[in-house]
Design a protein around this ligand. Structure first.
Ligand code: MN
Length: 294
């Protein structure tokens, strides 16, 4: 059967940025910028720090100690260096396309700062943070941490050498990614040279989107997507293929997953199924149940 394209629902320009702490100048594509968290489930939030040039600073840049519960934070550092530490004793540095996949699950405290040397020296900075929801049965999973360097990703390379798909989670053409996930997710870091054309098979009912991190691509031979734009695809059973043609040298973050069809209650850093569970989380946090972190 001939493949059919998964319809482009919307091509979304970046909304005005806001600062997360004093370290991350992010465009919140969802849930606030565009109300598409349901269409992108299990991805609940996408914060994108488009590329900025930072001058050096003596002052730390970032977000101090704060809790999370009920989901996972996935941080990708394209440019610049991020230092992370949590109340379960995990520490890490994210850089050069590296990914940190933190399962907050039952509850954790962490802090996210620019790494000290990068903070002092400055330079280009570009990153993504995703919040990946967890189904009710896994919301109280033990907190954990996957530190995935760019080299750890699975790599698919096209025979013409114009395309590399670095697989973070899921698989592309049999190449698997290192991240372990609670629900089915494909998360790809795609590098396309100008003129490269990539075909990605997708489930017609899965939730699919791409973020153009660099360059410009033509999607499904139809819609141009410019740098820093997000493309939302139809998930109602139309089409089984996404086609990306590189109009320029490009880097794309591809997100695809099976939706979690459960009620959502969000308050600040907590993502649960009901307001009662949110109140419980706030109580646990106040009682110090998420551990200790300076
Ligand atoms: Mn956080």
């Amino acid at each position: 059967m001939k493949p059919t394209y998964k319809k482009v629902e919307r091509v979304l320009p970046p909304v005005a940025p806001n600062w997360v702490g004093n370290g991350f100048r992010v465009h919140n594509f969802f849930p606030s910028g565009y109300k598409i968290s349901r269409e992108m489930s299990p991805f609940y939030l996408l914060d994108y720090n488009s590329k900025i040039d930072l001058s050096g600073s003596e002052k730390p840049r970032g977000v101090g100690v704060h809790p999370h519960k009920g989901f996972e934070t996935v941080t990708i550092a394209y440019h610049g260096v991020i230092a992370h530490e949590d109340s379960f004793g995990n520490k890490g540095i994210i850089r050069d396309g590296g990914v940190q996949w933190m399962t907050a699950g039952a509850g954790i405290l962490h802090k996210e700062f620019h790494e000290e040397k990068f903070q002092k020296g400055g330079g280009p900075f570009q990153m993504v943070q995703l919040w990946v929801n967890l189904p009710a049965k896994d919301k109280s999973a033990p907190p954990s941490y996957q530190d995935i360097s760019h080299e750890d990703k699975g790599v698919y390379e096209s025979s013409d050498g114009l395309i590399k798909v670095f697989v973070i989670a899921g698989d592309y053409e049999g190449v698997k990614g290192p991240a372990s996930t609670f629900t089915r997710i494909d998360l790809f870091d795609i590098v396309l040279h100008r003129g490269g054309e990539l075909t990605i098979p997708v489930d017609s009912f899965s939730n699919t989107g791409i973020l153009v991190v660099e360059g410009q691509v033509k999607v499904n031979k139809e819609k141009e997507a410019l740098q820093d734009h997000f493309v939302l695809f139809n998930s109602k059973g139309e089409g089984d293929t996404v086609k990306l043609f590189a109009s320029e040298d490009s880097r794309i973050l591809f997100l695809d997953g099976d939706p979690i069809n459960e009620p959502i209650a969000q308050y600040g850093p907590f993502l649960m199924n009901s307001m009662e569970e949110i109140q419980e989380a706030m109580m646990e946090f106040r009682k110090g149940k998420y551990g200790h972190l300076e």
